[in-house]
Design a protein. Sequence first.
Length: 273
Amino acid sequence: MAYDQLQTDPNRGPLINKRATASKTNIKPNLSSLIKNCDIIISSVTANAALEVSNEAKKYLHMGQFFLDINSVSPKIKKKMAIIIQEKGNASFIEAAVMAAIPPLKNKVPILICGENVLQFMKKMEAFNFNFTNVGQNFGQASATKMFRSIIIKGIEAILQESMLAASVYGVSDVVLNSIEATHPGINWKNLTTYLLGRTALHGQRRVFEVREASKTLKELGIKPIITEAIAERIGVGVTSGLKETFGNKANVDAGDLIIVERGTSLYKSACS
């Protein structure tokens, strides 16, 4: 069962309902009707909506349920959600951090989980054969691991995007990537570039939210997020350049095509004029 507030949206709704039909998922008309019929509720929304969803969900939760939050938000927000969900002593909050793209691996995608009732949750989920790793009882541990890893992964994405924007002007993109591969063998840098820039096209806005959360957390720790803020800004340019509108939900788009679209933005043109 599932509920998505965009399921009735004229633009997004048809695709959501098509996917629900294909996967034999029962779409519920509202959040309350979903929660009252489930033992395990999984919250998977954009990072900026995660806290709001937990506040709404707590109204309908009851004894014995598990609320699994897989959203990419800061440890501080995860701790707030744990308090919200568990304040009435009914449901158990389970913090989760998804450590790879879900579509290729499905239920085998590595997921870090933590919380006071993780062992009970893992036992409940045994039949579904998920790839969970228990990282402890303290809320914040799973999200911190993903967040600080995310700075590196999305940092590479931002660096490749900026490098290829410039290299494409001179027609030396392949030369640059071949040189990197010679220096750092073991990675197919052309494939990695296409994959990461494709992630910008498909999920750029969500990725910007994630990096912004990382930036906030660094500030809370007294660390100036110099590079992290730059990562968010660079990926954000990809979002505003129309990549999503041009390529829609295509997962495999040539990096060169992505760069051509981004180079055509007014932001890029004004910066180069």
